[in-house]
Design a protein around this ligand. Structure first.
Ligand code: ADP
Ligand code: MG
Length: 685
């Protein structure tokens, strides 16, 4: 039967799949053999090593034995059935085996036959025995599926169990040969990769751990290679586009440098210069600026914006939230307003009349720098001559923003694009995610910054918080409380902003200095009022949720209290802590865990380390890439096997992609289709 199977054959044609089973499989998305082969094991149990009874120690083992005796009995007043057997191996040693509630085992063995038993050797009913082992006759025409080999364990979906899937996989071995080879043979040879058919088979039914790892390497390589080919093709595409050339003007740059209240860091100079050179080219800039919170990315962006504006072009600055857009509006007005630049805000909450007026100004070109939320690109804004787009604090992983711009800008040329992020990511992942962007990094922070003192304050020691708050408020500084929830709820023990706000409201010495509440459920105008009051010193203690996380810049904020700190991830805590320590005033971050079961090691590490890259690396090691970047595996990118920390594999695949394009190697239909899928990708949600 199996010779006739093709990849499109229905699973109904397999042994053991009746209408009911088929329905079950189909409901889980498995209807034909191709689907089945594309459903990959989640992990493996290694039962491949046979043990002799005299050698075994507690743990997972596989024995090759015959049955000496077997009997069944009821225990615990017929609540449990025990099947007890004595088995003997080739060396003549014997041992007990027990199955719980599997009475069918009693009649399942033939005398004189050998069986593989795989399972756990452990203490049960007061003695060491092999408990609930899986059984397969040594003479099985299809070979072993569940014992005496490396056993694939599949992701559990509804009632699909691994045992069923394994029995099906064994039946489709020949169909695997119909899977087309996706990679060019030059690449297979050069990078010593095994064939597609081999890798798929070894992934399901590995012969050895080595062959499994070769299979995974090959498939992971293909995943990255596909992505890198898409990236390179997008890059080639961008290089062919025309962008407005923006001449570098030394006088304008000097004017901005001289107007600053501070001296630029070497990093800021170097990166600004890179960007200004990009702007001079006739191909669109596509650059990502990475720099930890507080590293001073805004002023770098301002240099680029100024050049464009002085050349008579428009610039857009996009922020992920309205609060941050308003903040940027303020910062850019401060930086560029005095140099005669029209800076304008365009956000959802503007009054219709104001919005109409702003839109008209943009269309006429009177507005030169427009700050708004991301929605701005989707709106019906008619730019006069947009030449530079600056995207700040990308929350979603934007992999191909140019696609979006392309839809918006149809004037025959394309704007330059500068993306800024404070999320430190390991180099390998940056290559995977942002492969099409040139990358600049601000490594050092502006000088004179005093290290933020971070303390862990168990809930019982709240007095320490009050003491510190008093000192800071009386010195004219501001305090921010961050809470993991807005409202108290039965379901969650997380500390809510409303509760903390109520608690602080009772203290006259806090209210005296002004107290405000900020969270995502407030109306835009309320949010705006609170932020304005905080900026103008009407409010000096702000209770907030993580809306405050992104980019808020209030330099006199010197104390950050994070309530329910264990509810935040390290990256988030790092962002939050970056809201203080933004001036030369000594600043503090107090973490107040709510749970009483000890302070997590994660929080201790956080208290002792301030480097964002170090924290990201720690997070990656502690939680594994799956936890942090899990969405990459399940999402549109389809990186199912890639270890996102494997820099050397990523680099090799990148090199292979470049070779393929340079030598114009022919690509398979399947690979082309997958590349196209990635090329069309804009965001990973
Ligand atoms: P981020 O990289 O987090 O966006 P910002 O651009 O908001 O950082 O800068 C943080 C603060 O540091 C701002 O108040 C800014 O004015 C200030 N700053 C930026 N560059 C310097 C510098 N070279 N020296 C001193 N202060 C600086
Ligand atoms: Mg910023």
């Amino acid at each position: 039967m199996s010779e006739k199977l093709s990849l499109s054959s229905s699973l109904e044609s397999l042994k053991g799949v009746g209408p009911a089973k088929y329905k079950l499989l189909a409901e889980s998305g498995l209807s034909n053999i191709a689907d089945l082969l594309d459903y990959w094991p989640r992990r493996y149990v290694d039962y491949s090593k046979l043990s002799l009874i005299k050698e075994i120690s507690p743990g997972l083992i596989t024995l090759k034995v015959s049955i000496v005796s077997i009997k069944g009995r009821w225990a615990c007043g017929r609540a449990m059935h025990l099947t007890e057997a004595i088995v003997e191996d080739e060396a003549g040693d014997r041992m007990p085996v027990v199955w719980f509630n599997q009475p069918f085992r009693l009649t399942g063995f033939k005398t004189g036959e050998d069986y593989f038993l795989s399972g756990e050797f452990k203490v049960n009913s007061g003695r060491l025995n092999l408990t609930n082992p899986t059984v397969e006759p040594v003479k099985d025409e299809n070979g072993q599926a569940n014992t005496a080999r490396i056993i694939p364990i599949y992701p559990e979906r509804s009632n699909l169990n691994s045992r069923l899937l394994r029995s099906l996989i064994l039946q489709v071995k020949d169909a695997v040969d119909h899977i087309p080879e996706t990679l060019p043979k030059e690449v297979l040879e050069e990078y010593k990769l095994i064939s597609k058919t081999q890798s798929i088979w070894q992934l399901h039914m590995p012969e050895t751990m080595e062959s499994l790892s070769l299979a995974k390497r090959r498939l992971a390589f293909e995943e990255i290679l596909t992505l890198q080919l898409a990236v390179q093709k997008n890059k080639q595409f961008i290089q062919k586009l025309k962008a407005p050339q923006i001449k570098f003007n030394l006088d304008d740059t000097k004017e901005l440098v001289n107007s600053l209240k501070f001296k630029l860091t070497d990093d800021q100079r170097r990166v600004s210069w890179q960007i200004l050179q990009d702007l001079e080219k006739s191909e669109p800039m596509n650059r990502m600026l990475m720099g930890d919170v507080g590293s001073g990315k805004t002023v770098v962006a301002a240099f680029a914006a100024l050049q464009a504006i002085k050349a008579g072009k428009q610039v857009v600055v996009l922020a992920p939230t309205e609060v941050l857009a308003r903040q940027h509006h303020k910062s850019f007005t401060e930086l560029l307003g005095s140099l005669g630049t029209g800076v304008q805000l365009l956000v959802g909450s503007l009054k219709p009349k104001e919005k109409k007026e702003n839109l008209a100004q943009i269309e006429e070109g009177r507005a030169e720098l427009i700050v708004g939320t991301h929605a701005l690109l989707q709106e019906k804004v008619k730019f006069r001559n947009l030449s530079l787009v600056i995207v700040d604090e990308q929350h979603r992983f934007g992999v191909n923003q140019r696609k979006e711009l392309q839809k918006r800008v149809k004037e025959g040329y394309f704007p330059h694009l500068l993306t800024m992020t404070a999320t430190p990511i390991p180099r390998s992942l940056a290559l995977i995610l942002y492969g099409e962007l040139e990358q600049s990094v601000l490594k050092t922070k502006p000088p004179g910054r005093i290290e933020i003192e971070t303390k862990l304050i168990p809930g019982a020691s709240k007095q320490k918080v009050w003491d510190k708050m008093k000192t800071e408020l009386e010195a004219g500084n501001a305090v921010i409380f961050v809470c993991p929830a807005i409202t108290d709820s039965e379901a969650s023990k997380r500390v809510s902003a409303e509760k903390v706000f109520a608690e602080l409201s009772k203290k006259a010495w806090i209210k005296k200095h002004g107290l405000g509440l900020l969270h995502g459920k407030l109306k835009p105008e309320e949010k705006e009022r609170v932020m304005a009051d905080f900026a103008s010193r009407q409010i000096n203690t702000l209770v907030s949720t993580t809306v405050i996380e992104v980019g808020i810049d209030v330099p006199r904020a010197t104390l950050m209290v994070i309530e329910g700190a264990e509810y935040f991830g390290l990256a988030q805590l790092h962002q939050l802590r970056g809201r203080v320590g933004r001036s030369d005033l000594p600043s503090f971050c107090y973490l107040v865990p709510v749970k009483n079961d000890g302070i997590p090691a994660r929080l201790r590490y956080f208290a002792e380390n301030s480097d964002g890259f170090k924290l990201a690396q720690y997070d990656l090691e502690m939680r594994g890439p799956g936890q942090i970047y899990g969405k990459l595996q399940s999402g549109a990118l389809d990186l199912r096997l890639v270890d996102v920390t494997d820099l050397s594999l990523v680099k090799k695949a990148k090199e292979a992609a470049q070779d393929i394009l340079k030598n114009e190697l022919a690509l398979s239909k399947e690979l082309k289709a997958n590349i196209q899928k990635h090329q069309d990708l804009e965001y990973l949600n």
